[in-house]
Design a protein around this ligand. Sequence first.
Ligand code: 5GP
Length: 298
Amino acid sequence: MSDSRRPPEVDRVAASRRAVAARRERASLKRDVATRVISPQELLRRALADPQSPAGAMRVTEFLTALPAIGEGKRDRILADLEISPVKRLGGLGARQRLALAEFLDGRWPEPRPRDGRSRLVVLAGPTAVGKGTVAAHIKDHHPEILLSVSATTRAPRPGEVEGEHYFFVDDAEFDRLVADGALLEHATVHNRHRYGTPKAPIEAALAEGRTVLLEIDLQGARQVRAAAPDANLVFLLPPSWDELVQRLVGRGTEDAEERARRLKTARVELASQGEFDHHVVNDDIARAAAEVAALAR
Ligand code: 5GP
């Protein structure tokens, strides 16, 4: 190659940097699918919408092995069945191949469909550190027509927390009494430590007045509400990506390494439960996510 045709050094450095960044973005997307932060169908949609994007540049082989329970043997059989060459990238699939892959994914991992016509009792749940509390607080501040339920808890108040506004702080004996009296709609021990429960009476009164009630509770609580009130509206708050969730958990800096690892493991389990929910809202921006939840509640 003559000097005039060789790419200048700076271009090659830039190109190699871009390649590293692209590989990193593909790895991050694969983690999103593996942890179910996004569905395989969503990744395929992003790939087809923009073949130049990290999703579009992903090889179909990489994509399939990122999916839960697909190893290399199964991957090769699937590709043969779907008549897709292993060298293909997602963004470069032909029309017939796209359809075949989408049908395969729908059959194997059906996407949850939003269920409408449910009650005004709205439960907001989601994995640890996703920002449920912040979204709920935003709704409380901007949508006074929605009642944010105040839970009872056996944990001590944190600085700035107000009795009856953030929680009803009770001791173990008082919590036992609430349970025995049937005064709680649901209750659970959260993070293996303290007990939390939703007082039933204020909720029933608000619903009777035609108001919407929002509960910000953990997954165990959401399941109990589903059992007690089958038409409750269950909303699952999702992080924009798995890496972002890890970032939020680490960034909080309130837990040590062991506790963080335990919470990340819990977050994976929690993400795997999202199929039980009626609606899925991505917490990419607090105000936007809060508006979406509030709109569901109406
Ligand atoms: P925190 O102690 O940080 O305020 O809350 C810890 C966790 O308890 C959060 O995940 C929150 O969703 C959950 N939680 C708060 N109130 C209730 C409740 O009444 N019932 C249940 N099941 N979980 C709750």
